[in-house]
Write a protein that binds this ligand. Structure first.
Ligand code: SF4
Ligand code: SF4
Length: 321
């Protein structure tokens, strides 16, 4: 017979699967001292680069109950954006997650649908808050705590059968939701592909990243101009970097997303640096509005394109319009 205390969790999981989520899980907002120690060590070492926002709201990060009066459950939800892609040799690359509509919009809309379904299941008023990168949550920690995945040596969360090409979002709710959790294994074992393949040495050791050396940080988060060393580090990546996911065996086996909200913008695959360097503001808007690339603006995209053009030229792989 079904355990009545976990019935709501099972019903929510069923709704989440219907909506296209790869996984959903539940955790209580209890302090996570080990995760906070790792987080503060990263700040202390300066491994967060110039992402000053990571130093803010530390109390809320340590104790999510401060975010939401009456918070009883953090619902962690993951959506896969794993789809096949062929960039073509020697062409500039945009990370997979940025070749589709901005996940902030898509995941929030999906979480709104899930919350509406939860309210119907609960059958009474429910205080809740949706967050997609909009709250100081240690979201991988909460996803692990909820039992939906494990963080690998590349510091990314992996969900069984879905891999690591995932967007995470949370619904914070005032109601306690009891659930059974799977004891997930450590997926990495003796593999170290990601550490060996990272071209900048950003993965210092298993599970430890120096974001200031990571191409994703340099091309997406860093606001100022590059130093010569940073420009060389980004290689052919115009925006983001997927190398430590591309080499992960769990992504080779992961199912392709069935989420129809993500439509791949084919015209951005293999876009040349010349095209970007010649873009006007309106051309930039036309090509990138609604994608994550739009968030960094044309100035920074051109900064990236200049560096990529130089890197491809030095490698004898200059692109043409
Ligand atoms: S995203 Fe790229 S640069 Fe960053 S850790 Fe992974 S492989 Fe290294
Ligand atoms: S590449 Fe290997 S070591 Fe790295 S996250 Fe994937 S399984 Fe783990």
């Amino acid at each position: 017979m079904a355990d009545p205390s976990t019935t709501l969790a099972r019903q929510i999981r069923k709704e989440a699967a219907r909506l296209g989520f790869a996984a959903v899980g539940f955790s209580s907002p209890v302090p996570q001292p080990v995760a906070m120690q790792h987080y503060t060590a990263m700040l202390r070492d300066g491994r967060h680069g110039e992402m000053g926002y990571m130093e803010k709201q530390m109390e809320e990060r340590a104790d999510p109950s401060l975010l939401f009066a009456g918070l009883h459950t953090i619902i962690s939800a993951a959506i896969s954006y794993n789809y096949p892609i062929n960039y073509g040799d020697g062409l500039p690359k945009i990370s997979k997650y940025a070749l589709i509509d901005d996940y902030h919009t898509v995941v929030r809309a999906k979480l709104e649908e899930l919350l509406a379904a939860i309210k119907i299941l609960v059958g009474e008023p429910l205080n809740a808050r949706i967050t997609v990168d909009s709250s100081p949550l240690l979201e991988k920690t909460w996803a692990e705590e909820a039992g939906i995945g494990k963080t690998g040596k590349n510091t990314l969360l992996k969900v069984p059968s879905a891999g690591s090409y995932l967007f995470l979002g949370e619904i914070l709710v005032e109601r306690e939701i009891v659930s059974t959790k799977l004891a997930l294994p450590n997926y990495c074992g003796s593999c170290s592909n990601c550490l060996e393949r990272c071209p900048t040495g950003a993965l210092l050791e298993p599970g430890k990243i120096d974001a200031s050396k990571c191409i994703s940080y340099l091309t997406v988060e860093l606001k100022r101009d590059f130093t010569a060393e940073e420009a060389a580090m980004i290689g052919e990546w115009l925006f983001g970097c997927d190398l430590c996911q591309e080499v992960c065996p769990y992504n080779c086996q992961a199912s392709i997303t069935k989420n129809e909200s993500f439509v791949v913008l084919q015209n951005l695959i293999g876009i040349t640096t010349e095209r970007i360097l010649n873009l006007t503001k309106s051309g930039f808007r036309e090509l990138f509005y609604g994608t994550p690339v739009f968030r960094i603006g044309l100035r920074r995209l051109k900064r990236n394109a200049r560096a990529v053009a130089d890197n491809l030229k030095k490698a004898g792989l200059a692109t043409t319009v």
